[in-house]
Design a binder for this molecule. Structure first.
Ligand code: FES
Ligand code: FES
Length: 156
């Protein structure tokens, strides 16, 4: 079936199988491999993208359902060589080790700060609660997101 949607601000139109998941469409059709596919059980959250500005696990969305919607992936965060503050925060505060969970964490962080510029640590933990990190123990991820929030608000 034919589907048309916006991905990172660009209009995209493709023929897809009705069963194709959005995570596979992004990775295999569009080559946006920053979005990771980490499980078959909707548990890991490595596949989180922004879907009409809301963080969504892209393995739970059929591409056919995404017609007319706006999808934003981790590739959209860096612009002309300038990192998004959430990317910079993960770099400054060691928010990653292997990096597999990082794209999903970054997109959830971006969505959180867009709706809540000064979140509490509890709100940060809640925002990433649907995602699994097997390396960091989460403390450095929370610190990274706090760094990004403080930087965006100009209090660092
Ligand atoms: Fe694991 Fe989507 S790939 S939750
Ligand atoms: Fe390795 Fe999170 S940094 S899974």
């Amino acid at each position: 079936m034919e589907v048309s949607l916006f991905v990172n601000g660009e209009y995209v139109i493709r023929e897809v199988e009705a069963r194709l998941l959005l995570v596979h469409f992004l990775r295999d059709e569009l080559g946006l491999t920053g979005t990771h596919w980490g499980c078959d059980t909707t548990n890991c959250g490595a596949c989180v993208v922004l879907y009409d500005d809301e963080p969504v696990k892209s393995c739970t969305v059929l591409t056919a359902m995404a017609g007319g919607h706006d999808v934003r992936t981790v590739e959209s965060l860096e612009v002309d060589g300038t990192l998004d503050p959430v990317q910079q925060g993960f770099m400054e505060c060691h928010g990653l080790q292997c990096g597999f969970c990082t794209p999903g964490m970054l997109m959830s962080a971006r969505a959180l700060l867009d709706r809540s510029p000064d979140p509490t640590d509890h709100e940060i933990r809640e925002a990433i609660s649907g995602q699994i990190c097997r390396c960091t123990g989460y403390a450095s991820i929370v610190k990274s997101i706090r760094w990004a929030a403080d930087t965006e608000r100009g209090v660092l």
